[in-house]
Every structure is written in structure tokens, then in C-alpha cells.
Write a protein that binds this ligand. Sequence first.
Ligand code: PLP
Length: 283
Amino acid sequence: NELYLNGAFVPPAEACVSVMDRGFLFGDGVYEVIPSYGGRFLGLEPHLDRLDASLAALRIQTPLGREDWRALLRRLIGTPPVPDQYVYLQVTRGVAPERDHLCPEGIEPTVLAFARPIKPRAPAIAEQGVACITRPDIRWLRGEIKSISLAAAVLMRREAADADALETIMHRDGWVTEGAVSNVFVVADGALMTPPKSRWLLSGITRELALTLAREHGIEYQERPVALDTLRAADEIWLSSSTREVLPVTRLDGERVGDGRPGPLWRRMDAIYQDYKARVRAG
Ligand code: PLP
């Protein structure tokens, strides 16, 4: 299980980065988490597109070309047949001589990437769903950048765990933004909806895939602002993310969502999603 650091494949214990790295000192970097099933990536190009967009937004130079990223990622997961794995990929602005917010030109980005197994979903989740809490969205106003500065998300996950919940769903001015590490879907009055893309939330690859699959299967949806009140009164709530797929939320702030069981539209979407994954795995 070697990892990739700045052009070399090394055992994790031997992978060293300077304490002057801007990722370490400032959280000055971006990342991606890309899932693979049986040695084939799901959403590779959209993930690499989003990486490019995050790098461009933070004005970090792109360290590798598209074909080099693909080759690196393929090497990290190995050739089929291999287990389901995700690749964590991180690019920081690099190592600067001084701790100065203003970074000199010509610094080489630090590139780190490694593969880890994707844990299969516990069967209890499809039967019982997961619990969430809600909190005001205390993050900055550039949520569309997949930044490694994740203090707010770390705090939100801690608060969720302390409440025996999996995730925190955040809201800004009475409107749902997203989860600490996921996007949010709501079924209310028979309609499937999710907040539209904006600077307040990450444009999730799984969110986009779920919408594409919905379209292909004739499931209507709306990308529109979702009020916190709508969330609280929802028949179904879902979370989406690359490693957790689409999850049913059955408790919100200790109250039942709908009848307290994973809903029928989630069951349908999950079946469609699992089928899509099986096709990715089969190539
Ligand atoms: N929103 C946030 C804040 C996230 O951190 C993540 C993923 O970790 C997502 C949404 C879901 O994005 P994706 O589906 O691309 O994994």
C-alpha cells in the first residue's frame, strides 16, 4: 500500500513533507476523493474537472496533466480484479521559505495521493437509515472550492457524533446548503429537490450523478432553494457523497423523518445507483 508523494511511490511511513508546506501552515490546498469499483473509477473525469476548478480558484498551478493524473490514479488502485477503493488526492501550494500568507512565485505544488478500501455499507442503513442534526452554516462563502481547510466540517462531524448522528446538515439564512461532507436531497409534497449549485455548496459528483440517473429513469426533480422548514417537514431526506453513495436520513434533530423509515423514492434511487455501480464494475 504505497502512496504517491511528489513523483515517487513510497511506503506511508517514509512519506515526509516539510513543516513549511503551505498545506500544513495555512490549509492552503485542495483535494478530491474518487471512488473505484473493482478497479474502475466512477466519475473520474468530473472529479478531475472539479480538481482543476478548485486549483484555478485558489490560483495554485496544476501540477500534472490529465493523462498523468489518470495514469497515477490507475496505478494506485491496481488492475482488476481488485477491491472497491477510493483515491484521496491532495495538492497544496507547496513549500515556501517563510511563513507568509503572500506566497512567492515559482513554488512547486505538493502532490499526495493514496488508495484506501471503501467500506461496504452496513445493511442496517438500508433498513433503518441514518440520523442527522442541523446547524447554522458557519463556513466561508466559497463552498464550491474543495479546500483542505476543513475546521468547520471537523467541528460539525464532532457535534453530529456527540448527538449519535452521522452527519450535520447546514443552513444559511433559513436555507439548506449541504451536509458537512455531503449534499442534501429532500422529498416534500411528492417532489424531489436539492439546492442549486452555488458558491455556498460543493457541486457534488454524486449529487450530479443522482440527478442524471433520476432524469434517465423519469424521476422528476427540481434544483431549487430548500427552506429549513421544508427540510423539517420532509417525507424523505437523502445525503449523497462519493464514498457513502445516497443515504436515507430517518431522524433529524432527534425527530422522525416521514414515517421514520427509508422512503420509497430513496429505495428506487438506491436500486438505480447500485445498478449503475455494477455496470461501472463490469466495465
Ligand atoms: N459537500 C461537501 C462539503 C463534501 O465534503 C462532499 C464530499 O466529501 C460532498 C458535498 C459530496 O461530494 P461528492 O459527491 O463529489 O463526493
